[in-house]
Ligand binder design. Structure first.
Ligand SMILES: [Zn+2]
Length: 105
């Protein structure tokens, strides 16, 4: 018996289940309304992830800009804050990219 996720509440359910035991939603797959809701949810999720990618990218660019600015002002070491936030933005970006990659499989 395989395990899948309920398209509505995202909890783990059996692939054989026709109805989610958690939210009691019909998950048999022949419900056109559910299918369209699923699609719109997936679309929303992918839009949200693209937004996160853009945000992480912006954060990274801002941090690099601030680091370059500090370097231009003659500081040999940029503020650890900028490096930390920049690194966090890189990790955020990579993780979001990975999540998008995994969700498309
Ligand atoms: Zn459910």
């Amino acid at each position: 018996m395989a395990i899948t996720r309920c398209p509505v509440c995202r909890k783990k359910i059996s692939t054989r289940a026709t109805r989610c035991p958690h939210c009691h939603e019909d998950v048999s797959g022949d419900d056109p309304e559910l299918a369209s809701r699923q699609r719109s949810q997936q679309r929303k999720k992918s839009t949200a992830m693209k937004m996160q990618l853009a945000l992480a990218m912006t954060l990274l660019v801002v941090c690099i800009g601030l680091i370059l600015l500090e370097t231009a002002q003659g500081k040999t070491l940029p503020s650890p804050w900028y490096i930390g936030i920049g690194l966090a933005a890189v990790i955020w970006y990579v993780v979001t990219r990975l999540r998008i990659f995994l969700s498309h499989r």
